[in-house]
Design a protein around this ligand. Structure first.
Ligand SMILES: [Fe+2]
Ligand SMILES: [Fe+2]
Length: 316
């Protein structure tokens, strides 16, 4: 792996508003909603308990953690503005932070242990491989979907110093569109009242700056690991099917895939791809279990998929 840039200077954009972000040392994984455990419609077996013996995404059991999650969303809702995302996209589109393979990135992400996700007490690579292996079992012929699962969270390297060490609110948590009204289904919606975009008349209608049915590709999403990883895959010429890229870009877009909001911005292809995202999401949530995947055993299979859909080295 070749690290090209030691540190990214983002200027003053994290000043003031970000003053409390150091208080939030915990990493919110893929959103903050408790999920129903009976969402599974097909053969996939969703374990009843997680690594700590509690039900999944049950933040009520840990009110302290709940407070941390709420504070996380307060910061996220205040700081994620249209201009902020525009700046982030410009900065990260340069892909000048590192050069490495997909597998090297999996190993790098392994350094990030998620301490706050109530469902997860294993290195990230276990979450990636557990999701991928569970999907592989139920959809053996969709190799692109196995690989999508493996790479869906790689964008979390944004938390690491070499990749800008972005604050948590700029990397994880549920995502939402900018440039149009914030739908009520967004978790902790009340904190959007402190978001500067709310004062912009152009952004404050249902469609905002977009046309109905414009397609989600044309919509500015809040910045995080989803958008970043999609950008990395596209810019490096990945041949993953569009459904795979769709899953990566919108897997934290809970207002859409859980609440059914923002569908007026979708086009026909988005609706097709959303079906795959619904399938994927079950595995993303429920594969965080105590049963560890033997990394060495499955590595050759995933290396073959990486070779099929990605160049040997990617720019990050
Ligand atoms: Fe994620
Ligand atoms: Fe995930």
């Amino acid at each position: 792996m070749t690290i090209l840039v030691e540190h990214v200077d983002f200027g003053s954009q994290f000043d003031d508003k970000n003053v409390h972000s150091e208080d939030i040392n915990e990493l919110v994984l893929d959103g903050g909603f408790p999920q129903p455990k009976n969402a599974s419609q097909n053969t996939f077996f969703a374990p009843e308990i997680n690594a700590f013996g509690h039900s999944f995404r049950n933040y009520d059991e840990e009110s302290e953690r709940q407070k941390g999650v709420e504070e996380f969303y307060r910061l996220q809702h205040i700081n994620q503005t249209y201009d902020f995302v525009k700046k982030m996209r410009e900065e990260y589109k340069k892909l000048d932070k590192a050069e490495m393979s997909i597998w090297e990135c999996c190993e790098l992400l392994n350094e990030v242990v998620d301490e706050s996700d109530p469902d997860l007490d294993e290195p990230q690579i276990q979450h990636l491989l557990q999701s991928a292996e569970a999907i592989r079992k139920d959809y053996p012929n969709e190799d692109w979907l196995h690989l999508t699962a493996l790479i869906h969270d790689l964008g979390k390297i944004l938390l690491l110093p070499k990749f800008g060490e972005l604050p948590q609110w700029a990397v994880v948590g549920d995502t939402f569109p900018l440039g149009c009204a914030f739908d009520e289904s967004n978790v902790h919606h009340k904190y959007f009242k402190e978001n500067p975009d709310i004062k912009s008349p152009a952004y404050n209608t249902k469609n905002g700056i977009y046309n109905e049915g414009c397609g989600l590709d044309n919509v500015m999403m809040s910045w995080g690991h989803d958008d970043y990883m999609t950008m990395v895959a596209k810019e490096n010429g990945s041949t993953l099917p569009n459904a795979g890229l769709f899953i990566i870009r919108y897997h934290s877009f809970y207002p859409l895939h859980k609440e059914g909001a923002y569908t007026h911005l979708m086009n026909e292809e988005d609706f097709e791809n959303l079906k795959w995202l619904h399938i994927f999401n079950k595995y993303d949530l429920y594969s965080k279990s105590k049963v560890l995947v033997d990394v060495e055993e499955v590595r050759p299979y995933y290396l073959s998929l990486i070779e099929k859909y990605f160049p040997a080295k990617l720019r990050w």
